[in-house]
Design a protein around this ligand. Structure first.
Ligand code: XUL
Ligand code: CO
Length: 440
């Protein structure tokens, strides 16, 4: 059975009008010292691409999929065949999933685990056959009603235990499938109101949960990178892992900061009132940038719309941070993104990924050129030139006191500041994007 009635998607260059071709993503082309595939490490999100049905709070599923009428286990098996065909045809090397994306939950934990075993075996066979790899897996500890008060931060200790058992199983799957990372997104780890919440107990419990997960990973020899994915709200009013800086403070408090890095999602960054670049920069500056959930929010909507990334300005600045980070390996760019409800055909799954891959490929090309030219580096070193010598250098080296600074300040007759010319910088970025655009 074939799920996608197309040939393998080829690079045809920026002039191509074929929607089933790449305009900017040329997997084997070298940008600097790595191929585009090595730089970008694209990944398919099982949940949006193969499990979701495009339902929303106002309407039933709108997606038309070949597996719609199958029973639960047959559906799960069909999705395995479909995702591997999809990866082959789009040239995407990685995938990611939650436990319940790949196999239906049974009537109890034991049955859920049995379902997982059947599907994980199938996935492993496909991985061995095709060479495709698992970027990360994670545990869905938020959809089922048992998680109404959260999982590791639930007020109900039975739920804490159930959630732990699910993460234990997910870690075993990560080990079996050689996952390169393991993700914790907060799910319902947060609160609706402080009127009835013991925030300290919940956060202490969350830290205990993470420590037990790390201990079990060590016990079974799972060597992948642990990642936390911050988000400020949705589903709870206040998510504990609000943004990278907040989650970093939590990790430092509980002495977990040497074990975790961050999986940064663009739409979560903007929900937190930051730019995507801000979150990437904070993580990079603190050696915490692990992986990326590549998507974008809608500028007029205040929720997690998980759109495919198409904004080249954003992908350029993101790729700048990623290149300056020395890449993302063992992380990657996971498309935590879904087609709009109006893009309901199966072929839209391919078209949306092509759009996202091209946007990041174009961003990579532009960012690489900017780094070659030291574009931002020159701007920044000129802006902070006063710290290169004299009093500035002494401040940087920690060689002055308030008293000495006062003595120096008293000698200043005039203080001269320079204009930033920020609009010129933005206009030059436009030139970079448009000049790359016209190549080829
Ligand atoms: C939810 C979200 C999740 C995580 C994995 O907003 O981004 O899909 O990426 O649990
Ligand atoms: Co995500």
């Amino acid at each position: 059975m074939t799920y996608f009635d197309i040939e393998k998607v080829q690079y045809e260059g920026p002039k191509s009008t074929n929607p089933f071709s790449f305009k900017y993503y040329n997997a084997s082309e070298k940008i600097g010292d790595k191929t585009m595939a090595e730089h970008l490490r694209f990944s398919v999100a099982y949940w949006h691409t193969f499990t979701a049905d495009l339902s929303d709070p106002f309407g039933v599923g709108a997606a038309i999929r070949d597996w719609d009428n199958l029973n639960d286990m047959d559906k799960a098996k069909a999705r395995v065949s479909a995702i591997f065909e999809f990866m082959e045809k789009t040239g995407i090397e990685y995938f990611c999933f939650h436990d319940i994306d790949i196999a239906p939950e049974g009537k109890n934990l034991e049955e859920s685990n049995e379902n997982l075993d059947v599907i994980v075996k199938l996935i492993k066979e496909k991985m061995d056959e095709t060479g495709k790899k698992l970027l990360w897996n994670t545990t869905n500890n938020f959809t089922h009603e048992r998680f109404v008060h959260g999982a590791a931060t639930s007020s109900n200790a039975d739920v804490f235990a159930y959630a732990a058992a699910k993460v234990k199983k997910s870690l075993e799957i990560a080990k079996t499938l050689n996952a390169e990372n393991f993700v914790f997104w907060g799910g319902r780890e947060g609160y609706e109101s402080l009127l009835n919440t013991d925030m300290k107990l919940e956060l202490d419990n969350l830290a205990k949960f993470f420590k037990m997960a790390i201990a079990y990973a060590e016990e079974i020899g799972f060597k992948g990178q642990f990642l936390i994915e911050p988000k400020p709200k949705e589903p709870t009013t206040h998510q504990y892992d609000t943004d990278v800086a907040t989650a970093h403070a939590f990790l430092q408090k509980y002495n977990l900061d040497h074990v975790f890095k961050f999986n940064i999602e663009a739409n979560h960054a903007t929900l937190a009132g930051h730019s995507f670049q801000h979150e990437l920069r904070y993580a990079r500056d603190n050696q915490l940038l692990g992986s990326v959930d590549a998507n974008q929010g809608h500028p007029q909507l205040g929720w997690d719309t998980d759109e495919f990334p198409t904004d080249v300005y954003d992908t350029t600045l993101a790729m700048y941070e990623i290149l300056k980070n020395g890449g993302l390996t063992p992380g990657g760019l996971n498309f935590d993104a879904k087609p709009r409800r109006t893009s309901f055909k199966q072929e839209d799954l391919v078209l949306t990924h092509i759009a996202g891959m091209d946007a990041f490929a174009l961003g990579l090309r532009v960012a690489h050129q900017m780094i070659e030219d030291n574009f931002f580096e020159n701007i920044v070193s000129e802006k902070y030139a006063s710290y290169q010598s004299g009093i500035g250098q002494k401040i940087l080296n920690g060689e002055v006191t308030f008293k000495e600074l006062e003595k120096y300040a008293l000698t200043l007759t005039e203080i001269t500041n320079e204009s930033d010319h920020l609009e010129v910088i933005k206009s030059q970025i436009n030139q970079y994007i448009l000049n790359i655009n016209s190549k080829g």
